[in-house]
Design a protein around this ligand. Structure first.
Ligand code: ZN
Length: 127
């Protein structure tokens, strides 16, 4: 996994719009029932991830896609229900969160899907 630095004071255009702020508000109200829109993290946000943050490499396997392989925006913490824990509703509130967006190759994205394994709940810090 590539270690990257993102500027959290300078969000990409797509995430820094009134429309995106409205989507975040809707997400917090509708929770896991929210109809997610990739509109806000594709195009301008995708280009920033590809050209400035991950430099055309998959954020997980580091495959160089300069030759033309497709890259996709993945949610590090899945926005929808998690495969490993059906009681977990997913991290819907992180759908439009800059820190949660990773650029990945299609192989890694389909392999990861909505998996996000966690330690046993009794071992987690709650707060
Ligand atoms: Zn990959």
């Amino acid at each position: 996994m590539i270690s990257v630095k993102k500027d959290y004071n300078n969000l990409p255009v797509g995430l820094n719009t009134k429309g995106c702020q409205n989507q975040i508000k809707k997400t917090l109200i509708e929770k896991d029932k929210h109809n997610f829109s990739s509109y806000y993290y594709r195009d301008a946000t995708y280009e920033v991830l590809k050209n400035q943050i991950y430099h055309r490499k998959c954020g997980y396997c580091e495959t160089d896609t300069t030759a033309g392989a497709a890259l996709q925006v993945d949610h590090y913490r899945p926005k929808k229900r998690i495969h490993d824990d059906r009681s977990h509703t997913g991290y819907y509130w992180l759908t439009y969160e800059w820190s949660n967006l990773i650029l990945v190759c299609s192989a890694c994205n389909s392999k990861k899907s909505n998996q996000f394994p966690l330690e046993l709940t009794g071992k987690r810090v709650n707060n």
